[in-house]
Design a protein around this ligand. Structure first.
Ligand code: NAD
Ligand code: AKB
Length: 315
């Protein structure tokens, strides 16, 4: 039987790129994109799309029956900065949304689910350098608390209901195809756009706020690799640490200046700096590397050169 994949939250930063990749792999008709917002042209025109609210279980049941869905990628969430401003809405979307899908998986016999966690599951008492797979986790953001609870629910549904839940703790993601959706690491996309348009950028994080980051092609690659791995290799059912690179805003600005000499970056840290301070600076992803062969391809220099050449073309 061929797989039919439903991607929920397909109009966002990750969905915009992931849906295109999944359609290349599984065939356009077999990847149903869905969101409460109209997606990019490529996603909308490239295959089936459903306007669907994850908080409306009836809508989801109907879409699953209509398309005979066998796997779900659940990307809908409120990200860290937005979640701090709307804590109840964030909990509702991030946790009730996940629980809706987990219970639908058991009822409609959907065996495989991808649900992303985040480096935001870590907190102020997590080791700042090379945060291990298993360590102290005391998230103090609404978003981080929801991601930690989500990890526990995924593991629970795997153990008690046999759902093949797979997950990655994505670092901050940088891509040129879609705008980021309200996170603390969004600066690392905005800075490229402003550098090309205005040769200046005022960063909302401190110049030394080093965070784990990843280029979108690596994030898509990690997702596909994890989902394609044999079940016997998946030894973590909460979520895997994966690492790409770590840099601070001033290190990224210096790298951009190598390409755009006149570029100037200034710093006016706002409330998002507090969120960044609570997260680790780097991640130990040795468990994912060993279990299912994860390895990133892009470092800071390669990512910066690729972002600038692609964005120049788009802008
Ligand atoms: P995004 O904000 O860009 O996209 C989320 C999408 O969900 C949006 O298109 C939005 O319209 C949709 N959505 C919102 N409410 C919905 C609802 N009720 N029903 C259906 N769809 C709804 O987010 P993203 O950056 O693409 O992130 C996707 C997932 O990856 C999230 O779980 C996020 O926490 C996680 N993640 C992202 C990053 C990152 O840097 N982008 C890092 C770590 C984890
Ligand atoms: C955010 O900043 O909220 C996201 C994330 C790291 O989860 N990019």
């Amino acid at each position: 039987m061929s797989e039919v994949i439903l991607v929920i939250g397909a109009s966002g930063q990750i969905g915009t790129e992931l849906v295109v990749k999944l359609r290349e792999m599984y065939g356009t008709a077999n990847v149903v994109a869905s969101d409460i917002q109209i997606p990019s042209y490529d996603v909308m025109e490239g295959g089936p799309f459903e306007l669907l609210d994850i908080l409306n279980k009836r809508q989801i049941h109907k879409a699953i029956e209509k398309h005979k869905v066998t796997q779900i990628y659940l990307l809908a969430a409120l990200l860290s900065a937005t979640a701090e401003h709307h804590p109840k809405a964030a909990w509702e979307l991030n946790i009730t949304g996940l629980l809706n899908i987990l219970s639908i998986c058991t009822k409609q016999n959907i065996k495989k689910l991808f649900w992303p966690s985040s480096i935001a599951v870590f907190g102020p008492n997590t080791p700042k350098e090379n945060a291990p797979q298993m360590t102290i986790m005391d998230p103090n953001t609404v978003y981080g608390i929801s991601k930690q609870a989500g990890e526990r629910w995924c593991e629970y549904y795997h153990r008690h209901h046999g759902i093949d839940c797979r997950s990655i703790r994505y670092p901050g993601l940088i891509g040129h195809k879609a705008h980021p959706g309200g996170g603390t690491t969004d600066y690392a996309v905005h800075i490229f756009i402003e550098a090309l348009k205005n040769k200046s950028y005022n960063c909302f994080l401190d110049k030394d706020a080093t965070l784990p980051m990843m280029y979108m092609p690596d994030a898509i690659d990690a997702t596909i690799k994890l989902m394609e791995s044999e079940s016997s290799k998946i030894n973590i059912r909460s979520s895997y640490n994966v690492s790409g690179m770590s840099f601070s805003p001033s290190e990224l600005a210096a790298e951009i200046q190598k390409h755009i000499k006149r570029f100037k970056c200034t710093y006016s840290p706002d409330s998002r700096q507090q969120l960044a301070t609570s997260w680790p600076r780097s991640i130990d992803d040795s468990v994912a590397r060993e279990a299912w062969g994860w390895k990133p391809s892009f470092n800071l220099q390669q990512m910066t050169a690729d972002m600038l050449s692609n964005l120049k073309y788009h802008l």
